[in-house]
Design a binder for this molecule. Structure first.
Ligand SMILES: Cc1cc2nc3c(=O)[nH]c(=O)nc-3n(C[C@H](O)[C@H](O)[C@H](O)COP(=O)(O)O)c2cc1C
Length: 352
């Protein structure tokens, strides 16, 4: 991993956060991305819902919303990259500013609102990806859609042959009403449409794709069990736990802590990991879980795995620590597995 990229991180932090992000994506597209030089420790190789990963550390959705540079992030050492959220039609999202850094808290608040260039641009981006690694497509609904379930179906149809797996995002706090799709009746309706679409795509193309549902960390009593039972009933492969939180920890000190939106990063680690453990207990092995929320070290990746995650995803810690973080997490995770006598990631899942 080049020192240059880790040096670029503090410089980028001097810019408006969204400008810094645009610049980063442009640099990645131009082939200026970091390259992991360390070889991947074989103890980290793992399989998640049939996807063979060189390591269980993935890039969470929202970083590369239009699938502009999935190859570049795989080369940085990530085991898998999730692009999106993409919606059928392009949309501009909420007015700026809509992305806020809270450096003292190692956190970010965003209310982007699914700004993206739409499915066609996303499909072009995915078609241009190099033939390496695992790339997922995170699909959602347009804000002004009158058929939200249909929007998810459109995403699957357009991208079926281009993505290695799909995530149904029903947990962004920044599209009004989207999180209501997690309620039992609405979720059944959505997953009914999705299951039918999946079956017809499988018939038409002769290939199936793993399907995940991405959930919020802010769920009321009973919701975990309802989501698990519904997901199992409709044949989903797994869950991503979790998206950003609308809760605000009292420990936050950053100037922007009262901004509306979803909070991610360090303060999300504890609540999202507790939620992950609840899902793991409720699923009883019937669903694969991917843990996201506040991962910023090998120890935190390990804690998610021990709480029930077969793989993890991160985003916010990369903003503060730079892309060299990926190889540090991989190295430390491998050492932690060995220290506890585990021969593989899979052996450690849910052992907490
Ligand atoms: C700026 C920003 C944009 C995001 N956009 C999306 C998105 O479009 N779709 C999605 O499913 N999650 C999105 N997320 C949530 C992340 O994928 C992840 O679930 C969350 O940030 C927790 O991980 P972290 O603490 O490592 O960032 C976004 C997060 C951030 C910080």
């Amino acid at each position: 991993m080049s020192r240059l990229h880790d040096l670029a991180t503090p410089v980028l932090r001097l810019l408006d956060p969204e400008d810094a992000h645009r610049l980063t994506i442009a640099a990645l597209r131009a082939g200026l991305g970091p390259r992991a030089t360390a070889s991947v420790d074989p103890i980290l190789a793992t399989s998640v819902a049939g996807l063979r990963l060189t390591n269980p550390i993935g890039l969470a959705a929202g970083f590369d919303k239009d699938a502009a540079a999935p190859g570049a992030m795989l080369r940085a050492g990530l085991g898998f990259v999730e692009c999106g959220t993409t919606t059928p039609r392009p949309q501009s999202g909420n007015p700026r500013p809509r992305l806020f850094r809270l450096p003292a808290d190692q956190a970010v608040i965003n209310r982007m609102g699914f700004n993206n260039q739409g499915l066609e641009a996303f499909a072009v981006g995915l078609s241009a990806r190099p033939p390496i690694g695992i790339v997922g497509a995170n699909v959602g609904a347009n804000k002004d859609s009158d058929d939200r379930a249909g929007d998810y179906g459109l995403g699957l149809r357009r991208l079926w042959t281009l993505a290695d797996y799909f995530t149904l995002n029903v947990s962004s706090p920044n599209t009004p009403g989207l999180r209501d799709l997690q309620a039992k009746a609405a979720l059944r309706e959505l997953l009914d449409v999705v299951a039918e679409t999946r079956a017809s795509l499988k018939r038409a193309h002769g290939v199936d794709r793993p399907l995940f549902l991405k959930v919020a960390p802010d769920l009321g009593p009973g919701a975990v069990e309802d989501i698990v039972e519904t997901a199992v009933a409709f044949g989903l492969d797994g869950l991503i736990v979790s998206n950003t939180t609308i809760e605000r920890s009292p420990t936050l000190t950053g100037d922007h802590r009262r901004e509306t939106g979803g909070l991610s990063g360090a303060p999300l680690f504890e609540p999202s990991t507790r939620m992950l453990a609840r899902f793991y207990a409720a699923a009883g092995g019937r669903l694969v879980l991917i843990g996201a929320g506040g991962v910023g070290s090998g120890a935190q990746a390990y804690a998610k795995i021990r709480a029930g995650a077969a793989a993890v995803q991160l985003y916010t810690a990369l903003v503060f620590q730079g892309p060299g973080l990926v190889t540090r997490i991989a190295r430390d995770l491998a050492a932690l597995l060995r220290a506890d006598g585990f021969a593989s990631v899979a052996a450690a899942v849910g052992t907490a």
